[in-house]
Design a protein around this ligand. Structure first.
Ligand code: HEM
Length: 437
């Protein structure tokens, strides 16, 4: 398919028909068709938006937008409901405010801090381990989608609030956030339920300001952090938005990934055998500590390949600030750029046989030889996911413990369908039989 040119400007090829791309199932099918027809870049004219949409699916183009010329791109469209949910948290903010918030929060995500927070991760996995011990006695078929959602929620809440979670649970007569694991529709109802927790979170913040309890968690780090130019701390409003952001960004993404990790292990006996060999040979007693994770490189590869295969953030967007060139193509100011990790991870120029689940794609050697921006489950550049390392640690620790003691066995169930919305989930829950090893 040939590109057009206007004057001496090369315009990417694209369909004559106008339509809007969104985070929906209909757009998923459309994107798939467009990439087959037009290749690594195409232009779609919008019937409603003032500017055109560009879909890019080549690592060099993605590198240009997310890294080389990132100053020219703001966060893009498709975030309206998320904005209502998260106010001005770092996932939606832009410019100097975003830079300040990111700088203040970044230290909470360094290796040493995550090492300390890993005790909270262990605590949540230990609770699940006890529950699974009982369920495995009867070889129950469990809903791993739900179990992964519950443990991921616990983990992110413990990492944020540590012991204050117990105070909130007691005060509310149950976990006030548990609706997030029950309600997967991300509609206005959910926004309202979530924003209704503002008072509860403000209580936690105020109690900490007054009583100064000893806490090691994200909230403590965020509250202690100071802007390096003004020496100011975050206001209550800013803290609130960032807390909500962490819960939303950190819960469902990890939950979906963990649910796929178990699915792939159960469906690939050769992968399961290698996971078992690795966890059995590791030197930890029952449960890995943070420092034991280096003994679990294959488990990490299993997670990485699950994130290639089904990246939960399957589509994200940017908006160009000024005119730009992506490759040889002219991109006007104000354009919407769509990047899809899902389709990039199936670009056969970089991923041979992409429908094959194969953790060997992530050996040290293979990663060295791969184009760095061919794999972007956590995005790339300055706006890369702040929780990438935390999420990887969380999943490695979970599998390191559970695979030592249990098998989750494949059971016959109808083929799963995908629900590509803000995140891409499986429509039907995954059922697996829990057995003791
Ligand atoms: C497997 C798990 C996860 C995946 C696949 C994932 C993926 C992503 C992606 C693709 C982005 C960039 C989106 C964009 O540029 O439009 C992002 C941003 C972000 N993620 Fe994650 N994420 C995961 C886990 C987490 C966790 C555990 C946390 C927090 C505890 C977190 C917090 C954030 C935040 C705050 C941002 C915004 C960063 C910024 O714009 O400066 N994520 N994530």
């Amino acid at each position: 398919m040939t590109a057009n040119s206007q004057g001496n400007k090369l315009i990417p090829p694209g369909p004559a028909e106008r339509f809007d791309i969104n985070m929906t199932e209909a757009s998923f099918d459309r994107i798939s068709g467009l990439l087959t027809e037009y290749g690594d870049i195409c232009r779609i004219q919008s019937p409603t938006r003032k500017s055109d949409t560009y879909l890019i699916n080549h690592p060099d183009y993605i590198k240009h937008v997310l890294l080389k010329n990132h100053q020219n791109y703001n966060k893009g469209i498709g975030f309206d409901r998320v904005k209502m949910l998260l106010g001005n948290g770092i996932i939606v903010s832009d410019g100097p405010f975003w830079r300040r918030q990111r700088r203040m929060m970044q230290p909470a995500f360094n290796r040493k801090v995550i090492g300390k927070l890993s005790e909270q991760i262990q605590r949540c996995n230990r609770d699940l381990y006890k529950q699974w011990q009982q369920q495995a006695e009867d070889e129950e078929v469990i809903d791993i989608t739900q179990a992964a959602s519950e443990v991921s929620l616990q983990i992110v809440l413990r990492a944020l609030f540590s012991d204050d979670l117990d105070i909130m649970v007691e005060h509310q007569g149950g976990n006030p956030f548990s609706f997030l694991t029950e309600d997967t529709s991300r509609d206005m109802q959910l926004v309202l339920k979530f924003r209704a927790l503002t008072g509860l979170l403000l209580d936690v913040i105020h109690r900490r300001r007054e009583q100064k309890p000893e806490r090691i968690d994200f909230l403590a780090m965020f509250m202690d952090s100071r802007d390096k130019e003004t020496d100011e701390a975050m206001t209550d409003r800013e803290l609130l938005d960032e807390l909500m952001t962490m819960i939303v960004a950190g819960h469902e993404t990890s939950a979906i990934t963990l649910n796929w990790v178990w699915y792939f292990i159960a469906h690939h006996p050769e992968v399961e055998a290698k996971v078992h060999a690795e966890v059995d040979n590791a030197s930890y007693k029952d449960m890995p500590d943070f420092d034991d994770l280096e003994q679990l490189p294959y488990v990490k590869q299993v997670v990485e390949e699950a994130l290639r295969y089904y990246p939960p953030v399957w589509l994200f967007t940017r908006k160009s600030i000024e005119d730009d060139m992506i490759g040889d193509y002219f991109i006007p100011a104000g354009s919407d750029i769509f990047i899809s990790p899902y389709f990039l991870h199936r670009n056969t120029d970089f991923w041979p046989d992409p429908e094959q689940y194969d953790p060997e794609r992530f050996t040290e050697q293979a990663v060295k030889e791969q184009h760095k921006q061919a794999y972007i489950p956590f995005s790339a550049g300055p706006r890369r996911c702040i929780g990438d390392f935390f999420a990887t640690v969380e999943m490695q620790m979970h599998v390191g413990l559970m695979a030592r003691h249990f098998r989750l066995e494949y059971v016959e169930q109808p083929p799963l369908e995908l629900a590509p919305e803000i995140n891409m989930r499986n429509k039907q829950p995954i059922q697996l039989k829990l057995k003791k090893r």
